[in-house]
Design a protein around this ligand. Structure first.
Ligand code: SF4
Ligand code: SF4
Length: 101
């Protein structure tokens, strides 16, 4: 009869844990996000700019028809589609897309 020792079990679980972490990291690293801004609906409050962990968004120098500096993707390649910006926007001006690349 084979008896698996405790250190062997810990080793197996450690390897499995590392594999799962590596797989999750790979999945996250392969997601590209894109944000479409309803610029006429935007009131330039900057909540989305502050909420973005990737420093993707900024307020545009130009204004919309209501006179507000609207949000836009200043740094689009850094977007990971996390949706933080869409969650905080009080006027639901942001639509977030995520694609695997
Ligand atoms: S989806 Fe996330 S990373 Fe992309 S702009 Fe919004 S907050 Fe930033
Ligand atoms: S949170 Fe919404 S309203 Fe405020 S700047 Fe961003 S897109 Fe515009």
């Amino acid at each position: 009869m084979n008896i698996v020792s405790e250190p062997d079990i810990y080793f197996v679980f450690s390897v499995l844990g590392l594999l799962i972490l590596a797989e999750n990291y790979w999945k996250m690293a392969k997601v590209q996000g894109a944000v479409v801004v309803d610029k006429e609906g935007c009131k330039g409050c900057s909540l989305c700019v502050e909420a973005c962990p990737q420093d993707v968004l900024s307020l545009h120098n130009e204004v919309n028809s209501r006179g507000y500096h609207y949000s836009y993707m200043k740094n689009p390649e850094a977007c990971n589609g996390c949706s933080n910006c869409g969650v905080v926007c009080p006027d639901t001006c942001l639509t977030i897309y995520r694609v695997k690349v």
